[in-house]
Design a protein around this ligand. Sequence first.
Ligand code: LLP
Length: 388
Amino acid sequence: MKREAVNFINNLIKKDAQTPFYFYEMSVLENTLKSVAALSGNYGYEVHYALKANSNDTILQQISKYLPGADCVSGNEVKKAIETGFDAKKVVFAGVGKSDREIDYALDQNIFCFNCESLQELEVINQRAALKNKTAHIALRINPGVNANTHHYITTGLEENKFGINIWELPSVLLLLKSLSNLKIIGLHFHIGSQITDLQPFRSLCLKVNEIQDWFDSQHIHLEHINVGGGLGVNYHEPDSAAIPDFAAYFKLFNDFLRLKPNQKLHFELGRAIVAQSGSLISQVLYEKIGIKTRFAILDAGMTELIRPALYQSYHKIENISAASDGNGFLYDVVGPICESSDCFGKAVPLPETKRGDIIAIRSTGAYGEVMASQYNLREIASSVFMP
Ligand code: LLP
């Protein structure tokens, strides 16, 4: 962690800040936003920020200054996006299980588009729109059958996943749409998974989209936009030197391989790549415990603040920012206080000698950290602090 951030955190702790807390480096977020806005803008692409990755108000207010579009998966996310400065006309609403109430709310806000995931959902949105005398703009979320080669819990583009409409269902979808007069189809939507660091699956997605587009052409259906979802991964091993993902290569790949039709616009829904590297979970060591084979560092943060390691066996870099040097130390199992064996942030983590009271930073936790917190064991929700 950079010296400036360490000093900032130490000052907070001196002033009695209570750990654990989420710490956000707003300059990292801003540099990331500048990069993604400029590089997508070069091609005329539109990026909707995926609120599910982080919906902290301060973070959202900053993001909406650079990216006015939002990708939401609940009525509350749609509401939050609009409240924090995103443009309702650039909100997409996705999700396999939208309730009637959520659909009604989004219709009232005149959002850009519903990303629809099943035939029955099309019927329900049509019904709700008819009751309001409105036409709902929809995109079909198509399951492209592309393997993202990521953790199976965050793979979404395969037929066995619950997401999207399968390609073989498309003829019946078009037939159905003819009878749904309060819907207007304006696009196609895809999303193959998350934390994708090898760009190859995105290339496969482009080729698949080209095929599907040709089929829609043969049916004489013109679509205003294609939405290829999110999923670009970040480098969890190098939070400082690789703080900004390679957006240039990512957007170039779509420009090279995805054949847009005349006047068609390409949309993205990025979450993790925008916010992950700006956040760290800050915690204190409560106890050191020397087991038969293992040294434990027991933190005051646990899976209630950050569930990713327990749920996806995910790696986060762990740093002892109190220790004077990174020099000779020990291998620690870094664990939390929750009554679950899976409450472990890392096994055999090399750390300098670590003592009660030392401050530990768990890095790259800006995405899917704070938003997935729980109050299991009746714990308090951690607060968040922001360094300009
Ligand atoms: N669009 C759709 C339809 C999605 O399902 C997702 C994420 C995104 C966009 C944004 O994906 P991103 O750019 O952030 O990869 N909790 C998990 C990740 C779940 C991702 C769910 N969908 C984790 O901590 O790794």
